[in-house]
Design a protein around this ligand. Structure first.
Ligand code: ADP
Ligand code: MG
Length: 311
């Protein structure tokens, strides 16, 4: 199992020069602001783990003694990629995200962001770089949507915590991008689950981080807003060079939008790679303990899972 994990990471299609089969043009051809200080691509021809922007090395974690949740989980993501983390209920996806953002500390192993172990970042610096959108969105009840989104600016506001014009602008822009402007003055508790989820995503955008981690961001959303959110995540990656990691149970959305999929099973990476590499019956069936039938979308070349009831 451990050898399998390492192989899946070594086969990192994010490594420059690899043919990952992504329908998206290579980053050098993409439009966008640039300016994220990426070294030239030829300078990145190194072993994949050194190239990683966000890396988890051999993470071991348990909430209680004798009940391991992560059991040597290793993954690596290049900068400017959209990755989806897949896996059965209880496989450790939320735990992994919470470790990646520094909310939980692994018993063994470590997380590296831009090559530096997470624990070496001062709190404020980490908050400016990494945003986390948790699955439960009831935490900020009692505030309006606009107030909630402004909270995303707190890593940027001065010592006294007064918002600048720039902070208000960032908050308004985040509401606009998540189609939540009309809820600005509404209390979070007066919004539907899906509306509230988009406001929490807006809060993460207002934070203007390099890395955005989202835990099942579309679980309450209708298909319009599912595509709205994943389309937005895609643009953040392609046009602004952000690195986005989203946990998803929706294999179809993940395969349609992600550059890279990481399949977690019992606290380890069972498979990682492009959608074409991971969305395969022989990969998914054993992990989900259910038959899976895969087709290819002729229009995009991307795979999808047929929603066919098991016989
Ligand atoms: P996933 O997000 O993949 O569904 P989680 O990371 O939430 O999985 O949980 C992995 C395992 O850890 C599950 O068995 C879950 O019951 C357990 N777990 C999660 N959070 C806690 C906690 N706060 N205390 C104890 N056990 C937990
Ligand atoms: Mg979870």
């Amino acid at each position: 199992m451990a050898a399998k994990n390492r192989n899946s990471v070594a086969a990192d299609p994010d490594t420059p020069g690899a043919t990952g089969g992504s329908p998206y043009p290579p980053r050098t051809q993409r439009s966008g602001r640039g300016g994220y200080g990426d070294p030239p691509r030829h300078a990145l021809r190194k072993p994949p783990n050194d190239n990683a922007y966000l890396a988890a090395d051999d993470l071991v974690f348990a909430y209680a003694p004798g009940a391991p949740v992560l059991q040597g989980l290793t993954m690596a993501l290049a900068r400017g990629r959209l990755a989806c983390i897949l896996g059965p209920n209880g496989s450790g996806k939320t735990t992994l995200l919470r470790i990646l953002v520094g909310l939980l500390v692994p018993a063994e192993g470590r997380v590296r962001l831009a090559g530096t172990p997470l624990e070496q970042y001062p709190r404020g610096a980490l908050a400016r770089r990494v945003a986390y959108v948790p699955q439960e969105t009831l935490a900020a009840v009692g505030f309006t949507a606009l107030e909630t989104v402004l909270m995303g600016r707190s890593p940027h506001t001065g010592a006294l915590g007064f918002e600048s014009t720039g902070d208000w602008h960032a908050a308004r822009e985040a509401l606009r991008r998540t189609d939540t402007e009309r809820f600005a003055q509404r209390g979070l508790e007066d919004l539907s689950g899906g509306e509230r989820q988009r406001v929490i995503i807006a809060r993460a955008l207002a934070q203007e981080p390099d890395v955005i981690l989202l835990d099942e961001p579309t679980s309450f959303l209708d298909i319009k807003h599912q595509h709205g959110i994943y389309g937005l995540l895609r643009r953040l990656v392609t046009e602004e060079g952000k690195t986005v990691v989203a946990v998803s149970h929706d294999l179809g959305l993940a395969a349609a939008y992600a550059d890279r999929l990481v399949l977690v099973d019992e606290g380890r990476v069972a498979a990682a790679g492009t959608p074409q590499e991971v969305i395969r019956p022989e990969v998914l069936s054993p992990v989900y303990e259910t038959p899976v039938e895969v087709r290819t979308d002729e229009a995009t070349g991307r795979p999808y899972v047929l929603p066919r009831p098991p016989a």
